[in-house]
Design a protein. Structure first.
Length: 114
């Protein structure tokens, strides 16, 4: 069965960095585009970044452009989200998503606070 397992979240000070990972299993990872979403308390889940199956094309929410980078390693069945220059408003639970089939991971909490 499809499994998506996120890791790498935590508490970081404003201006800091974190790298999230999402380990995928149960499907041919290299055949599917993948995305990262986030959801802050009291807010709707929003798309943060998306990457095509090959990794050649990416797109980002305006709020994270220039600070976040999505990437993937198809040999390791893993998609990453490098987050730099973190702001308090980036605080949320971050989820890995495979759009086709609507699969989600359990999420990893990112808290940006001094």
């Amino acid at each position: 069965q499809v499994q998506l397992v996120e890791s790498g979240g935590g508490l970081v000070q404003p201006g800091g960095s974190l790298r999230l990972s999402c380990a995928a299993s149960g499907f041919t990872f290299s055949s599917y585009a993948m995305s990262w979403y986030r959801q802050a308390p009291g807010k709707e889940r929003e798309l943060v970044a998306h990457i095509t199956s090959s990794g050649y094309s990416t797109n980002y929410a305006d709020s994270v452009k220039g600070r976040f980078t999505i990437s993937r390693d198809n040999a390791k069945n893993t998609v990453y989200l490098q987050m730099n220059s973190l702001k308090p408003e980036d605080t949320a639970k971050y989820y890995c998503n495979r759009r086709i089939g609507g699969y989600w991971g359990q999420g990893t909490q990112v808290t940006v606070s001094s």
